[in-house]
Design a protein around this ligand. Sequence first.
Ligand SMILES: *Cc1c(COP(=O)(O)O)cnc(C)c1O
Length: 365
Amino acid sequence: MIPMVDLKLQYQQLQSDIDAALADVLDSTAFILGPNVRAFEAEAAEYLGTQFAIGCASGTDALHLALLAAGIGPGDEVITSAFTFIATAEAIAYVGATPVFVDIDERTMNLDLDAVATAISDNTAAILPVHLFGQPVDMGQLSALAEKHDLTIVEDCAQSFGADISGQQTGSFGLAGCFSFFPSKNLGCYGDGGLITTNSESVRDHLLSLRNHGSSKRYHHQEIGYNSRLDEIQAAILRVKLRHIDRFNQERRRVAHRYNELLADTGITTPFEDGIGTHVFHQYTLRSPQRDAIMAALSQREIACAIYYPVPLHRQEVFAEVCRDHSLPVTEAIASDCFSLPIFPEMTDQQIVEVTDTIKQALNG
Ligand SMILES: *Cc1c(COP(=O)(O)O)cnc(C)c1O
């Protein structure tokens, strides 16, 4: 049995530190907005190279609150990818704006920046790039485009914690960066959690209010806000794991490169690294016309595999109205033949070979 990600093994490796951190929180009984959240926010900001980092309840909330703090609302268009998790576009809808889905690059599966440029209209207010599967979008080029048209960038970094471009971390390029600590993310907690980074003091102040019922002074409310806090238990776990994130990401890269080596000459399209930034391989995603046969063979051997994402967002029922007659050929082609293999820092060479041997047998059989 090989899972997509082995959270148990990672817990066992970090058990003494995590158990001690949890015991401290339980002993303190400070469960909401206490010392661990403050410390984690400072440590994450330091790691990510931003002035501020604000914890919140999930990656979805991070996107929602960041768009609100960026002043995006009804009448605004936000350009994004359709080849992502639904939360990216949900957040745009929450603030009353309209998602404008553009096609992706065939090799990186990230936003096609030429398509972004073409989609800019008088109503465009923001661009929401997703650093998909852990590979940074070319933020140099995207930032230049945004600047030229006076557009805000909010980054979806839910899959890219620790990915950088020439030493600069994803989440530090736009007005805000949005992170998820869902358990299976490359930096994951033991429940839901999220984080927003920014270098803007006014955005930081607005986010602190939004996540806490629109209040910056206790029982005084300037606006309708939300209950969206990262809790102390999750922050304490994240502080332990943050110390290991570089090693985790390096190990993911080891697994990915070993897969590449073993799958060369099989006709399968292995992930393309454009070399602009460092890919941290939140997912290892391939393409093959024989996807169904491969996935059947893997599940036969109790090896997990998954399709991220089988139905692109412009083809989702919920966006049928917004996306009538909308065609995104590259996105659709990739959704029809992509699949992702197990990848986690603790994966052994024996496990990697078992996966690739099973795939090769499926292709030859
Ligand atoms: C996981 C994910 C989210 C949402 O994060 P949650 O913490 O689950 O709310 C948003 N965008 C992308 C690209 C994701 O992978």
